[in-house]
Design a protein around this ligand. Sequence first.
Ligand code: FES
Length: 115
Amino acid sequence: MPKIHFINSNKELNVPNNSNILRMSLRYDGGLPNRCGGGICGTCVCKVEEGVEFLDKVKVQERRKLGEEWLEKGYRLGCQTFVTNGDVSISWDEEVTELVKKRKPDRLKKEFSSV
Ligand code: FES
């Protein structure tokens, strides 16, 4: 069973394979900020501190809202990200969250959105 460590709230959850990070946070008080749940608002942005290899692929909504600049720094949207079959640690930061929330979504070129 994979584990999600929510660093800010110091919660460690054992979760089933392919669990959504935000859903687990809501269910077990992980504390990850959130609003829309649909990859639009950016409130659930989190930094993957460990276990990036145990996350599923980046979604189109994340490419739009985070852009390469934040994706490259290891950020994901918790509402769009699933833990596959290993342990991950995530953290979040109010300053980053505000920047991401304000960021205008990128328009994606066609070839990019199918990745
Ligand atoms: S909660 Fe709005 S983008 Fe995840």
